[in-house]
Design a protein around this ligand. Structure first.
Ligand code: SF4
Length: 366
């Protein structure tokens, strides 16, 4: 990860791509790198949707290597929601692939001259950007389907839905998972609106022909990796709770402690909490069956496998297993105790490209 690609979306004559050495940001990755760039290069008083804001996308430092759990992607910018430096992150395949291609970051800069929508392609040959207005106002799922038809199913995609194009402050950025579904979202702070303000609908990442990043000291790396993986497997949370019940394992725990967001945060206990708990969710997913039902990894190298796949009553794929935050936001916080309803809301949020926490909190207020 020794280079950064900057794309000036407002350049005269159309977007301009410039690839430079990582320079002053060497040794940083993920959240440290995205926040460092925003802190150093984005004027604090600029408009979050204006030309001076930057959208920085960076793989974690160990992404692209054989290290377990190393595929987290960080997204940073000035937030249109809070006005502060925002970092949101997601799993999925893009981080591993971007790192294998050698990129420490993609930085989107400037403001487009018109409302043309662009698609960026990153592969071993470099970075290209093309207008593609056929992607306008379609959801993340349809966007990924169109990209799959054009590039095949071995690429990964970072995209926005209609919410990002409309520059809504709750807009997320979607990353595709191992099944090439847009289910992993950098959700917080309206980062999707900033991607929309740059006129970029999707970034297609194709790491074919690239090798896994190699450590300098293979033996020491192998030893550290083994101890790291053993520790994760032995720990009751990462070795048992999360794989079996997902992050929604927290619902019963937090409810018992009296801190569960209930009916627009009015109470800390939800009477029907057991109907939407991680235990109930996993039992239902396992009973319905299907590939990756209650236990699933969202990127290569994940050994915790806290994710899952949610099939509807008829066995059709609906969405990924809703996370703890989605379940409290759309569930307890809205007085909803039906996992199928919560899963449908999760699917809509993922498709429009909306943050489930923001949407659940908003509906709770309404
Ligand atoms: S499935 Fe869960 S533990 Fe595994 S990479 Fe995705 S978010 Fe992390």
């Amino acid at each position: 990860m020794d280079k950064i690609v900057r794309i000036n979306m407002g350049a005269a004559g159309g977007p301009k791509v410039e690839t430079t050495p990582v320079g002053a940001y060497a040794g940083l990755g993920g959240r440290a790198l995205t926040s460092a760039v925003v802190s150093k290069e984005v004027p604090p008083l600029c408009h979050a949707l204006g030309e001076d804001n930057k959208l920085v996308i960076s793989p974690g430092l160990l992404s692209g290597s054989a290290a377990s759990m190393s595929g987290r992607l960080s997204v940073g910018c000035k937030s249109p929601l809070t006005g502060g430096i925002k970092e949101a992150n997601a799993g999925g395949q893009p981080s591993q692939m971007l790192a294998r291609l050698g990129y420490a970051a993609i930085i989107l800069e400037g403001k487009p001259k018109d409302d043309t929508l662009y698609k960026i392609v990153v592969n071993a040959k470099g970075v290209t950007i093309k207008p593609d207005n056929s992607l306008k106002k379609i959801g993340n799922y349809d966007t990924v389907e169109k990209i799959k038809k054009e590039f095949g199913d071995k690429v990964s995609v970072i995209s926005i839905g209609q919410a990002g194009e409309m520059k809504l402050a709750a807009a997320s950025i979607a990353c595709t998972d191992m099944e090439m579904r847009p289910t992993r979202h950098a959700g917080r702070g309206g980062v999707g609106a900033v991607m929309g303000s740059k006129g970029v609908k999707a970034i297609v990442i194709d790491d074919s022909g690239c090798k896994m990043r190699a450590p300098k000291d293979a033996e020491a790396f192998k030893d550290a990796m083994k101890r790291w993986a053993d520790g994760l497997k032995k720990h009751p949370v990462t070795g048992q709770g999360l794989p079996a019940f997902g992050t929604n394992v927290l619902t019963n725990v937090v409810n018992e402690a009296g801190g569960y967001p209930t009916k627009n945060f009015m109470w800390g206990k939800f009477d029907n909490c057991t109907k939407i708990s991680g235990e109930t969710q996993a039992a239902m997913e396992n009973a319905r069956g299907g590939e990756g039902s209650a236990t699933h990894g969202c990127h290569t190298g994940c050994i915790i496998r806290c994710s899952g796949t949610y099939y509807d009553k008829d066995g059709h794929y609906l969405t990924k297993q809703p996370e703890y935050e989605t379940v409290w936001a759309h569930g307890g916080n809205c007085g909803i105790d039906d996992l199928d309803v919560i899963a449908q809301l999760d699917r809509l949020d993922d498709d429009f490209g909306l943050d489930t926490i923001e949407m659940g909190a908003t509906i709770g207020v309404a």
